[in-house]
Design a protein around this ligand. Structure first.
Ligand SMILES: Nc1ncnc2c1ncn2[C@@H]1O[C@H](COP(=O)(O)OP(=O)(O)OP(=O)(O)O)[C@@H](O)[C@H]1O
Ligand SMILES: [Mg+2]
Length: 247
């Protein structure tokens, strides 16, 4: 079976692609090199080929030195679509030269004369159709994994992860209507759920401070904080409202 040299995590914003890329690296016990799409142009300007080459240099060095026994290297290209845009006939004249040279260099590295077997490329994108298809051909970043919007079960699971510490510390009131939160967040992402929990905690803290009438709260008092259904309801409304006005 052919080993994938690269995988592309593709899905809507906030579904956990960057988190998954980092988690894969953690599970494989590798400290990844991370290239964030939007930062590339300021960081790589004028020396983009060299920068891309240097990303692969450690892996090449290890492979030459240790061969089969080389340790695994991971490069994460976060928001790959903004690094390697598809070339279209219409925008050929206005294409960004930096983008072109980064894409070309990346292809060179992936195809290299000496194939590199000790590297895993993880790309993330929410616009797979805008990525230069040359990058996604067999032997390159040829495994595309869909990261879809979470269904009810997945949202419940994410909610559980986000509230685990609250529960463990006994800070979550039993009146929290988890079912309603899960149903109302249909169509939203893990990132929204995380935000709802964060806002609910802030609401509870605000309520606590207001009821005490002072800002300096002792450690014992902070342990009495309770995040209740009302805090979640308010947080949910805020996130839903922000979502609707953004559309
Ligand atoms: N499946 C998930 N499980 C647990 N937490 C999640 C999940 N999806 C999203 N989150 C939460 O949302 C945050 C944002 O997710 P992340 O940045 O990975 O999304 P993304 O898919 O990379 O979004 P974008 O396309 O906008 O870059 C995570 O740090 C995490 O707190
Ligand atoms: Mg991301």
């Amino acid at each position: 079976m052919h080993k994938p040299r690269g995988v592309l995590l593709s899905g809507p914003p906030g579904t956990g692609k960057t988190l998954i890329a980092r988690t894969i690296s953690e599970i494989l016990n590798v400290k990844p090199k991370i290239v964030r799409g939007p930062e590339v142009f300021s960081r790589f300007l004028g020396e983009s080929e060299e920068k891309i080459r240097s990303l692969f240099a450690d892996a090449r060095y290890d492979q030459e030195k240790f061969g089969e026994n080389s340790k695994l290297h991971i490069i994460i290209f976060d928001e790959l679509d903004s690094i390697c845009k598809r070339r279209t006939q219409t925008d050929a004249s206005t294409r960004d030269n930096v983008q072109d040279s980064i894409t070309a260099q990346l292809l060179t590295e992936l195809d290299g004369l000496e194939p590199i077997n000790n590297i895993l490329i993880i790309g993330t994108t929410n616009m797979v159709e805008t990525i230069d298809p040359a990058l996604l051909r067999p032997g390159r970043i040829d495994l595309v994994i869909d990261v879809p919007l979470p269904d009810d079960d997945a949202r419940l699971h994410i909610f559980d992860i986000c509230t685990k510490q609250l529960l463990q510390n006994g800070l979550m009131e039993s009146d929290v209507d988890i079912q309603t939160i899960i149903q109302t967040t249909n169509g939203l992402t893990g990132s929204h759920i995380e935000k709802i929990v964060r806002l609910a905690i802030i609401n509870a803290m605000r309520r606590d401070i207001l009821s005490r009438g002072r800002l300096n709260i002792t450690e014992e008092e902070s342990e009495q904080l309770r995040v209740c259904n009302e805090d979640f309801k308010e947080a949910l409304q805020k996130v839903l409202f922000a979502e609707r006005t953004e559309l």
